[in-house]
Design a protein around this ligand. Sequence first.
Ligand SMILES: C[S@@+](CC[C@H](N)C(=O)[O-])C[C@H]1O[C@@H](n2cnc3c(N)ncnc32)[C@H](O)[C@@H]1O
Length: 266
Amino acid sequence: MNPAQPGVEILIAELGYAGFESFVETEEGVTAYIQKEDWNTNILDDIQVLNSEEFNITYTFEEIEQTNWNAEWEKNFNPIVVDNICAVRAPFHDKFDTEFDIIIEPKMSFGTGHHETTHMMIQHILKNDFTNKSVLDMGCGTGVLAILSEMKGANRVDAIDYDNWCYLNSLENVQRNNCKTITVIEGDASVLRNKRYDIIIANINRNILLNDMEVYVSCLNKNGMLFLSGFYEEDIPIIKTKCEKHLLKFEEKLERNNWVSLKFLN
Ligand SMILES: C[S@@+](CC[C@H](N)C(=O)[O-])C[C@H]1O[C@@H](n2cnc3c(N)ncnc32)[C@H](O)[C@@H]1O
């Protein structure tokens, strides 16, 4: 995609709503990634900025091989350290002298800590008490947040993702970090029936969160905590309204580059 610069933010926001999961801004424009099974050309009919006379955006699309993507990731994956407390690194990086040291081989899955939303979710987990809590990591990606939840003392963690690649990658990363309390499940909110948690973490996107909020809230214990991310500052009102409709109390907001992460209490 090749937008004039002022249109980039609008374009990324609209693509995010439509289900695109990650974005790389280049000198030529924006490369946007979406899971193959979520893609069809009709999706672009909803992207209003593509029809804007003001920006004149052109685009192409192509299917990419997961294996090529892996190699790219491994070349470009630099370790990160969040708040000097939690490192997220690949197996081939040296160990960090931080309280928490998470080893992730991301392959194609989202969740290395580099993305603003993952970074903020890590910050939320670091700041809150997870001791002996039951935790749901919905949309677990690499499993990084589930792994940190166990390291922070959670005694039961379900890590759920509807994408088979993420499911397999989370299983690998759970083993790699010697986690004992994490169950990785392939599925979406429909697998949550009759499950209950003290803490729910969901870094997905605005529309999925709005759509599945009722199910999440039905699984959240009284006085439980809900951490949400995967959306922008301008989405806060609609997310807050939805949460407040389910009697959740807004507690805290984190923000990075217009991405936000919210904490609610039940
Ligand atoms: C933004 S990534 C977050 C990954 C990781 N939790 C993190 O914070 O870095 C969102 C993840 O949610 C998954 N996902 C999207 N929609 C979903 C749904 N309806 N049910 C379960 N997982 C979903 C995607 O496959 C992706 O791995």
